[in-house]
Design a protein around this ligand. Sequence first.
Ligand code: MIC
Ligand code: SF4
Length: 641
Amino acid sequence: MGKTLTHKIMAAHLAAGELGGGGEIALRIDQTLTQDATGTMAYLQFEALGLPRARAELAVSYVDHNTLQSGFENADDHAFLQSAAARFGLYFSRAGNGICHQVHLERFGVPGKTLLGADSHTPTGGGLGMLAIGAGGLDVAAAMGGGPFYLNDPAVVLVRLSGAPPPWVSAKDIILALLERVSVKGGAGKIFEYGGPGAAALTVPERATITNMGAELGATSSLFPSDEQTRLFLRAQKREKDWRPFAADPDAVYAETLEIDLSTLQPLAARPHMPDLVSPVAALAGLPVNQVCIGSCTNSSYRDLMTAAAILRGRTVHPTVSLVVAPGSRQVLTMLAANGALTDILDAGARVLEAACGPCIGMGQAPASAAVSLRTFNRNFAGRSGTADAGVYLVSPETAAVSALRGVLTDPRSFGAPPTVTAVPDIFRVDDSMILPPGDPATPLVRGPNIKPLPVSPPLPDELSLPVVVKLGDNITTDDIMPAGAKVLPLRSNIPALAEYAFAPVCPAFAAKAREAGVCAVAAGQNYGQGSSREHAALVPLYLGVRAVLARSFARIHRANLINSGILPLTFAGEEDFARLQAGQTVELKGLGAAIAGDEPFSARIAGTGETIRLRHDLSGRQKGVIRAGGLLNAIRQGIK
Ligand code: MIC
Ligand code: SF4
């Protein structure tokens, strides 16, 4: 029986477990990456593990998220990260060098390797034929130290692309079409492997747009084969020596196959406030637009910005629109500067930002009240832009640029002939001078006042009486649990200060109520914790006394982060159990030791009501040990893992 590409890479990296069995497996990790909003915690954890030096083949620490520096906090974090990189043996990509995923694709990604990143969009590397997975900082710290990464063996789905996209339809429209079909929770427990003639024709930057936004499907990862397109990209990056062909066997067996005929696609947009609320741009055309942002790890490549520049050339942005352009990397920005495209963009009236995440994570450029903002980004969750009532639409660079000129959401097909852009030039501008190589192990860690110690959970007791502080609905994002943005992100290495903002968008009184309760629980619907990898969405609730989250289902990375933090992720056994439990009630968990040891559903009483609910834990043997110890740090220190 032929093998999928995913299983070939997994088989070559399997450290424990069985492929195809659906249980927990462990993979050896070749490369790790962190960014500054997750990195400070990851390196504090690496330090707490007592590991002297990274053992992975390659470990890179990027600074790309918190670059606004409106106070000392971000700069303190950068100094800490730079010292940690030198001490622990990491490459350090300095602020201004670009967004982690874009730079990793350009400079470090290698086909057939495994990459674990403390950021949910790490699967961008799948555009190069890597198996690239997002995880919480502690899992990345453990992998950096040479430990394997544990995950549930995913089902492998083939997305077979046929046909060629019509003019003005690009990679963003392909992944939006898939999001419409699969939804933000439909990818859970799956890896999406792309194939077919339509995939072969896509360049690496286009593939990376698709694998990047596979994160919005809730997928474990997404990847393309490594082929001639991959070789051309790596050659242009002066890295042809890193190229190897990798592909699925022709008779590979997949859990599921999805067919997309690219020739049937049209320009698409995801409407507020979820990436899977997809409509044809034509159906929304005419909507007045206040802001257009081009950038983010999804759509900020040389290909994307050259396309936008070609559309903008010789024209001026509409008077009602603020056009913001954030290039993905210093490589992209300097190439645009050298070939004149940057002048076209500036001449058109764009506001050009440094090569960083910027507005994607609410680090500046918040839209006006009730504004409509078109963004080439990957997430349009309510409030993520920094403006609670702004409506963010996710679109391709083509739709964004054309709409910026017209002042209304515009189907780019009405613009005339599409620009012809070389996505992968013969040679990219390679200059790694802003990437510092690993330094002296004796380098002291620079700890400014913003760097606070980690919260650590106590071991799991046998009984817990937990008031349910809040009951939430489906698809609660990590931005709902632990918002980001210019005001809150500087506190990422300061859990006590961050705690004030816990659940702010969905339950502003959460911190006060949790403190009053002492220990407590959170209840929620399906796909709880979708979105980012930020373990702060577990560490902050832990700090505030949350000992269990009861949900109808969980997003993969967040569930792992809860377990790693020592918070019990429990699922309601049935619909009626979810319906029965109300906010303000107290759940009594008794005989937890026995309940965790077994794998069957167990009962919990709702205090003072005479009612019970049935719950499941679905923990693997290893996870049971982690939960009993009170989290992964405790477990590793006690030699449990
Ligand atoms: C995001 O896009 O939400 C982030 C910011 O990149 C996060 C990581 C974080 O919160 O630090 C992610 O996607 O994992
Ligand atoms: Fe940065 Fe946005 Fe990409 Fe997250 S999604 S890594 S914030 S550009």
